[in-house]
Design a protein around this ligand. Structure first.
Ligand code: CA
Ligand code: CA
Ligand code: CA
Length: 300
C-alpha cells in the first residue's frame, strides 16, 4: 500500500495533466427555478471542515419521496364566467434510463468521459480492476454493477442522455452505490463522488448529490438513494440533458460502485394523444422511431 501511495503521489505531482478543478466547480445555473438556484447556491459555498460533523452512521439519502405518481393532471379551463371546465389528461409513465442495472454486462445506453488515469468499469465484485484492492464486496445487485478505479489522479463521468418530456407530473431518480475513499479525506471537488444533471455538451446544470468533507470515508452500503426531481425536470422540459455519475480523485484511490439506476418520469408525452405542447405522440418514450422521447419529430 505504501508503494501504491508513493506511485499515486508521484503521478499527482508529475505530468498527469488533470484539468484545473475549477472547470467542474463553476456551476452555471441558467434555469429560472428557485429550487435550482437554491441548490446551486449551496454548492457554491462549501461548508468549512470545522463546522461539518463527522458522520459515523450513514443514513440513506431521502429527499421528499412522493407516495404515488400522479397519473393525471388538469389543463385548460372555462373562463367565461361559468363553472370552469377542466379536462383530464392522462400521464404516461416510463423508465428513462436504459440498462440501469448493467445486466447486459456492458455500458449499453451509457457514455464514459475520462480525464487523467482510470475510468468506470463493469464489475462482478471485488477485487477492483486496476488498483486490485479487495474488501470482498459483492456486486450491488444482479450479476454486474460498475466501479470507478484508477492508478492516479483523474475525473470520470458515467452519463446517459435523455430528452425531458413536456407536462411532467412525476419524476424520481433512484440508484444504489458503495463509496470507498482510500484517501484520508474528501475534498470538494477534487476527491469527490457526485451525481449531476448536465446539458448535452456536459456543461453543469445542477448537482443532485455529492460527498462532503467530513463524510465517512468507507460507506460500503449499498446505499439506497432517491430524489424527487419533479420540479427540477419541469424546469428542464424539452431540453436534451444527461444524467452524470462522477468520481474525481486527486488525493488517493477512490472506488465508487453504482447500480440499479432508474429515472421514472410521468408526463403527457407518450400517452398516445398529441397535446398542444407536443409535435407528435406515438405512445412510447423511444427515440429513433420518428417521434422522440420528448415528443419532438425526428428525421429518420
Ligand atoms: Ca446490476
Ligand atoms: Ca401526449
Ligand atoms: Ca418514439
Amino acid at each position: 500500500m505504501d508503494i501504491k501511495k508513493l506511485i499515486f503521489a508521484i503521478l499527482a505531482l508529475g505530468g498527469c495533466s488533470n484539468p484545473p478543478s475549477t472547470t467542474l466547480t463553476e456551476h452555471k445555473v441558467d434555469v429560472k427555478l428557485d429550487k435550482i438556484e437554491e441548490k446551486a447556491a449551496i454548492k457554491i459555498e462549501p461548508p468549512s471542515v470545522s463546522t461539518v460533523p463527522i458522520v459515523t452512521d450513514i443514513p440513506d439519502i431521502f429527499i421528499a419521496r412522493r407516495e404515488l405518481p400522479s397519473l393525471s393532471f388538469y389543463a385548460g379551463g372555462g373562463g367565461d364566467g361559468g363553472p370552469k371546465k377542466q379536462k383530464v389528461i392522462e400521464s404516461a409513465c416510463f423508465e428513462y434510463i436504459n440498462n440501469g442495472g448493467f445486466e447486459t454486462g456492458d455500458f449499453s445506453g451509457f457514455n464514459i468521459s475520462d480525464q487523467g488515469s482510470g475510468s468506470w468499469f463493469i464489475s462482478t465484485g471485488d477485487p477492483t480492476p486496476l488498483s486490485g484492492l479487495n474488501d470482498s464486496l459483492p456486486v450491488i445487485s444482479g450479476n454486474y454493477d460498475v466501479v470507478s478505479d484508477q492508478y492516479g489522479p483523474g475525473t470520470h463521468l458515467l452519463t446517459q442522455p435523455i430528452t425531458v418530456p413536456p407536462n411532467i407530473t412525476f419524476a424520481e431518480l433512484n440508484f444504489k452505490d458503495r463509496i470507498r475513499n482510500r484517501a484520508s479525506e474528501f475534498s470538494d471537488p477534487n476527491q469527490e463522488y457526485r451525481v449531476m444533471l448536465r446539458d448535452s455538451l456536459l456543461n453543469p446544470l445542477i448537482e443532485l448529490f455529492s460527498t462532503k468533507p467530513g463524510d465517512a470515508l468507507f460507506q460500503p452500503g449499498p446505499n439506497v438513494r432517491s430524489f424527487d426531481l419533479q420540479s427540477v425536470m419541469i424546469g428542464l422540459e424539452d431540453e436534451p440533458i444527461v444524467i452524470s455519475f462522477e468520481e474525481e480523485d486527486n488525493l488517493f484511490f477512490f472506488n465508487v460502485n453504482v447500480d440499479d439506476i432508474s429515472l421514472r418520469i410521468c408526463s403527457s408525452c407518450g400517452n398516445g394523444i398529441r397535446q398542444a405542447s407536443e409535435e407528435c405522440d406515438d405512445g412510447n418514450n423511444i427515440n429513433g422511431d420518428g417521434c422522440s422521447q420528448g415528443c419532438r419529430l425526428e428525421d429518420t
